[in-house]
Each structure stands twice: as structure tokens, then as C-alpha cells.
Ligand binder design. Structure first.
Ligand code: 13P
Ligand code: ZN
Length: 275
């Protein structure tokens, strides 16, 4: 089967378009990776080529040995993915040690996978472990409101998780573990990859201060939905603090506990105030 005819590749491209339409991907901002299933690789392998060189990642993820990832290209625009996918995205095969990769399809006009590939691979590695292999998608975007929040809140998981949970009633149900927060770091390398993956052991989303958000999930719908829910809550939060009006009421800790009870989710206790 042709790569671009496969339903999973079509779903990947649709998610890139959805992110662009949300305004989360100015220029080349953001990146998306998906860990292909074995049967998906088998279905499209006929179009793979193996002449491009192996490249070191700078990080090591032995549990991803031999896995295949769809990735956006570094410097490529989400806006162009649907128009010209073969130039904008690629499929990468991991080497046996899990510390390098080669491009086996795509990027037909040249290029390499996203500069955040080390972060994506380290996040895949810890999320695969944390979810018994369920996690397949890592998504990085630059949504404006979650970035704005990183200028006015303490850069702690507790402060962000509480502010987001209290900004929309569904939030504690969608991300009961809360979100992690990484302080400002230079993007695109091993250091930020390691710092983020430490947090992703516990969280399925992590904020990058003054930069954006990483979200993870088992499929495109859940991962896009997580990004969307967090950014919408951030938008509500920023609208409230920008309104100039005092906050008259909010979702209390007792309310959060009531949601957790009725929706049968466990909220991270250390993020709640005492009963
Ligand atoms: P890439 O174009 O290399 O994917 O970088 C975009 C980005 O968002 C960096 O954090
Ligand atoms: Zn970025």
C-alpha cells in the first residue's frame, strides 16, 4: 500500500491540519510524532528506502529499538503538511540500540526530522513504560494562552494543574494527574529532552515555560483532545485574569473532590488543599 493511502497516515495529516487551524503552529512551530504499529509498518513498507544514513539522537531509548515513527520535519510548516506531506513529514526507523535513526520515507526535498526528535523519543520511551505500551502519540504545539500563563504563575506543576482544573469543569476528568512544568530551557536538544521525560513519567502533558506544551496519548483523538482541553482552559484563565474584574467565585477543592468521586478519577492529592 502507498504510504499516503494508509488511514493512519491520513489521520496524522488531519491532526497536523487541525493544529494549524487552531493557530498553534506559526511558521515551523510545533512537531508531531506517532509510533507506528507493526501491521501498519508492514502495510506500507514497500515504499521505504534505506539509502539515507543512520544519525545519532544524543539520547538513548533502548525500549524503542527498531520502532518506526512518523515525524514532522525540522523547519517544515504544519500549514503545508496536508498540501505536500511527502516534503513535510517523514518515517524514521530507530536503530537497535535506540540511540539513532534513519529516514526511510518522506522529506523528499531534503531535511531531517524535527529538532525536538530527542524530546519526542525520550517522551515516547517513558510514556510507553508508564502506559504498558498504550502511548503512541507525542505532540508539541505553541498555543498562546498556555504560554501566556507561564509569565504570571509560579512554574510549578501544582500551580498550573490547579489553575487549569479550576478554569473548566471537565479538566480534572480529562487530566486528573495534572500537568508538569519545565522551566525555561534551550529547545531542541538532549537536556530539555531529559528534563521533560522525567516529568512525563508522572504526567501525560508538560508545559514548557515561555514556549509551549507537550501532550501524549494512545491515539490522535485523545492526544489532540488533551492539547485542546488544556489550551481552552488556559484561554479561560487568561480571559478571567485579563478582565480586570475580581474573581467572585471559582471551582473549589470540595468541588474538585466531588467531580473526582462522581467521574471515578483520582486527582493528585498533593495538588489539592486539605479537606
Ligand atoms: P522544528 O521545526 O525543528 O520541529 O522546531 C519547531 C519547534 O517548535 C521547536 O521547539
Ligand atoms: Zn517548540
Amino acid at each position: 500500500m502507498k504510504v499516503l493511502s494508509h488511514p493512519t497516515i491520513k489521520a496524522y495529516i488531519r491532526m497536523c491540519q487541525d493544529g494549524w487551524e487552531q493557530g498553534w503552529h506559526e511558521r515551523n512551530g510545533g512537531n508531531l510524532t506517532y509510533r507506528l504499529k507493526a501491521d501498519e509498518v508492514d502495510a506500507i513498507r514497500e515504499e521505504f528506502t534505506f539509502e539515507r544514513p543512520w544519525t545519532e539522537l544524543g539520547v538513548s531509548a533502548p525500549n524503542l529499538s527498531g520502532e518506526h515513527f512518523i515525524a514532522t520535519g525540522s523547519g517544515k510548516f504544519f500549514r503545508n503538511v496536508a498540501l505536500c506531506p511527502e516534503e513535510s513529514i517523514c518515517i524514521c526507523e530507530m536503530n537497535e540500540r535506540g540511540d539513532g535513526y534513519r529516514v526511510v520515507w518522506g522529506l523528499t526535498a531534503g531535511g531531517r526530522p524535527t529538532s525536538e526528535f530527542p524530546s519526542h523519543i525520550m517522551n515516547h520511551s517513558v510514556r510507553v513504560k508508564a502506559t504498558n505500551g498504550e502511548c503512541r502519540v507525542i505532540y508539541h504545539a505553541h498555543p498562546a494562552n498556555i504560554i501566556a500563563m507561564t509569565y504570571i504563575l509560579p512554574l510549578t506543576a501544582k500551580a498550573f494543574s490547579r489553575a487549569l482544573w479550576q478554569s473548566a469543569t471537565e479538566c480534572p476528568v480529562v487530566f486528573p494527574d495534572g500537568v508538569g512544568v519545565v522551566g525555561w530551557m534551550v529547545p531542541g536538544g538532549a537536556d530539555i529532552a531529559l528534563a521533560t521525560s522525567e516529568l512525563m513519567k508522572e504526567f501525560d502533558a508538560a508545559v514548557w515555560a515561555h514556549h509551549g506544551l507537550f501532550a501524549s496519548g494512545p491515539d490522535f483523538d485523545i492526544t489532540f483532545g488533551l492539547m485542546h482541553t488544556i489550551e481552552k482552559a488556559a484561554e479561560i484563565y487568561m480571559k478571567v485574569v485579563s478582565s480586570g474584574k475580581p474573581v467572585m467565585q471559582t471551582i473549589t477543592d470540595a468541588d474538585l473532590r466531588a467531580i473526582a468521586r462522581d467521574f471515578k478519577v483520582t486527582l493528585r492529592e498533593e495538588f489539592l488543599d486539605e479537606k
